[in-house]
Design a protein around this ligand. Structure first.
Ligand code: GLY
Ligand code: MN
Ligand code: MN
Length: 259
């Protein structure tokens, strides 16, 4: 198979990815609905496994990640017996596979019905970066360029609120904004051409957009807040389409949490 044939998905493959993203989106929406205070991360994961069993998903695309409270600042937190408590956030990174194709979606939401003021501040910085990157994603752009934009926006938001110094972004955003996705959640397609230039986006390419901020100790009232927002994006002839579909605006999430 040539490089391009796996980077550029055909209509059947895109349909499989839409289906995987659709089912995963439903699972995420379900996860946000209902009281969770006092339940463990594992209890929440089990609830999603029960719902997954009723869907047409063929398998999970990767082991589901569930982190709450300070565990949201661990990039890949496996669900544990830790109980979710009032005032905390929950970060779920989860996706299924359909007809051989993967999805990969992350949402972060409050255990309570509303985000705290500090959680909202960080959430809005991440959401703004995620939406701006999606707006910029179109044929001719590169994932390297989109990552640079994401970093610039995250840093600008953090500096505006005096949360970090100008050289500290790597500590709170230690991963890339995007990866190719297809048969594998991290599709093994190249990011650079043989002449070392970045691969330019073309219609039919599919990748994630997943900026995050992970504030561990030492950030004052913002300590222990971890937020990632991840969607799956398909490049079209003149822009892109987000093929995952889960609430991500603060007011939409708070409506879902208003059980
Ligand atoms: N689920 C792993 C990742 O977001 O890349
Ligand atoms: Mn991902
Ligand atoms: Mn993910």
């Amino acid at each position: 198979m040539s490089r391009k044939s796996s980077l550029i998905k055909n209509s059947e493959q895109i349909q499989a990815m839409r289906k995987a993203c659709g089912i995963s989106s439903q699972l995420h929406t379900l996860s946000m609905t209902g009281a969770v205070s006092g339940l463990s991360e594992k209890n929440l994961a089990d609830k999603l496994v029960r719902f997954y069993d009723t869907t047409e998903a063929a398998s999970w695309a990767y082991p589901m990640l569930v982190g709450s409270g300070k565990r949201t600042t661990i990039i890949h937190a496996q669900p544990t017996q830790k109980k979710m408590q009032s005032g905390e956030l929950v970060l779920i990174d989860m996706g299924v596979k359909c007809n051989g194709f993967a999805s990969d979606i992350t949402r972060t939401w409050p255990v309570d019905k509303k985000f705290t003021r500090e959680q909202k501040t960080i959430y809005q910085i991440v959401l703004n970066a995620q939406k701006e990157v999606i707006r910029a994603a179109k044929p001719g752009e590169t994932l390297t360029g989109l990552h640079a934009l994401s970093r610039e926006l995250l840093l600008e938001g953090l500096l505006r609120h005096k949360i970090i110094g100008k050289d500290e972004l790597n500590e709170v955003f230690p991963h890339k904004t995007s990866h190719w996705i297809g048969r594998l959640v991290h599709d093994a397609c190249p990011y650079f051409n043989t002449d070392e230039t970045a691969v330019k986006l073309e219609a039919g390419m599919v990748f994630t957009v997943e900026p995050g901020l992970y504030l561990k100790e030492g950030y004052g009232k913002y300590s222990h807040i971890g937020i990632r927002i991840e969607d799956v994006v398909l490049i079209t002839e003149d822009g892109c389409e987000v093929i995952s579909s889960v609430a991500k605006e603060i007011d939409e999430i708070e409506q879902l949490r208003a059980y």
